[in-house]
Design a binder for this molecule. Structure first.
Ligand SMILES: *Cc1c(COP(=O)(O)O)cnc(C)c1O
Length: 374
């Protein structure tokens, strides 16, 4: 079986270091808000070239608390509109509705699955305050265009970088473009902890201070509460695991790019649409970190069954868009045809830093053998 993502094999590459770091934390007797967290926050701020990194419990909280902080800072109020791609993972949208802000869903660009600056511009109203730029599947949005648009319309930009650790454009990486950026370190993400974890990066001092209080019951100082905060902390053991794994991130991203390149060159099936061609410029190569390798096929479900029968595990990112979920049942009369088509057609092939060349070849052969004629 070729597994979609073999986390055992990925973590085995650095097993000794992970165990040493874990032991160090156990022996320290200090498990929340200590040196491991400060070290990882400094390392990840440096990695993203941001002034601040604030560790939180998960990626959803990173987005949620950033919007909440902007409300506490007087930059947002209930009912303000947040533009977000209709095809994103549910967490991006949950963070908006949790804050009683209004998600304005827009169709993505059909080739990149990311926000289309023209459609974003058309969706701006006098109530728009934020653009949530989701770097879906590991590819940066057109941040130059989105930042220009935001500046012209006095909007905040929150990047959802949960899938895009290390993706770059013009030398600037995910987490360094918007006014703030939320990251997830869920185990299956490109930089994954051994449990839940997340972080926000930003250059804004006031936002960083507000977030540090919000994640800790709304308190900067023990027993003094400025806000009705929450408990959302990145614990010492996970911070220590992430410090180990961050060292290998760029190397692992390169391995993902190698797999992606083989898929792009090897998959030749008229019934299958590949991701937008990478191009050969450094620019094009750097802008994608291949969190997932997403193809489209009209007979997606059959293709998935066929591949499984060949021993190849695939995943659908995602089977049902937010506006068709029970959780948002009052949106079910809305129609986003492109988003709906994407959800019916996408399939993610196995990709990881530990796939062997023969596994890659096996996936290519199977995809090419799938008969595309109806
Ligand atoms: C994973 C993910 C999140 C949420 O992260 P968690 O750590 O699972 O809470 C948010 N947005 C996107 C695009 C994601 O892929």
């Amino acid at each position: 079986m070729i597994s979609f993502l073999d986390l055992k094999k990925i973590n085995a590459l650095m097993r000794e270091e992970l165990i040493e770091s874990c032991t160090r934390v156990i022996d320290s007797g200090w498990f929340i808000g200590g040196n491991e967290l400060s070290r990882f926050e400094a390392q990840f701020a440096a990695y993203t070239h941001s002034q601040h990194c604030i560790g939180v419990a998960n990626g959803l909280d990173a987005l949620n608390l950033t919007l909440r902080a902007w409300k506490e800072m007087g930059k947002l109020k209930e009912g303000d509109e947040v533009i977000v791609p209709a095809n994103t993972y549910i967490a991006s949208i949950l963070a908006i509705t949790e804050n009683r802000l209004v998600p304005v869903l827009v169709e993505p660009d059909a080739a990149t699955y990311n926000l289309d600056p023209k459609l974003v511009e058309a969706a701006i109203t006098p109530k728009t305050r934020v653009i949530m730029a989701v770097h879906l599947y590991g590819q940066l949005c057109d941040m130059t265009a989105l930042m220009t648009l935001a500046q012209r319309n006095n909007l905040l930009v929150l990047e959802d970088s949960a899938q895009a650790h290390g993706a770059r454009q013009n030398g600037r990486c995910a987490g360094n473009w918007g006014h703030a950026s939320g990251f997830s370190f869920y185990p299956g993400k490109n930089l994954g902890a051994l449990g839940d974890a997340g972080a926000i990066t930003t250059d804004d001092d006031e936002l960083a201070e507000t977030l540090k209080a919000l994640r800790n019951y709304g308190s900067h100082e023990k027993y003094k509460n400025l806000y009705q905060g929450v408990n959302s902390r990145l614990d010492e053991i996970q911070a220590a695991m992430l410090s180990v794994k961050l060292k290998y991130l760029d190397e692992q991203t390169q391995r993902r790019r190698d797999v992606a390149q083989h898929y792009m060159e090897g998959i030749r099936n008229p019934g299958i649409t590949l991701p937008l061609a990478m191009g050969t410029s450094v620019q094009a190569l750097e802008s994608h970190v291949w969190h997932v390798f997403v193809i489209r096929c009209e007979r997606r479900d059959e293709l998935q069954d066929y591949l499984l029968a060949q021993g190849i595990q695939t995943i659908i990112h995602y089977p049902l868009p937010a506006h068709q979920q029970q959780a948002y049942k009052n949106w079910d009369s809305r129609s986003y045809p492109l988003t709906e088509a994407i959800h019916k057609q996408v399939l993610s092939l196995p990709i990881s830093p530990v796939m062997t060349p023969s596994e890659v070849e096996c996936v290519i052969a199977a995809v090419n053998n799938f008969a595309s004629e109806v």
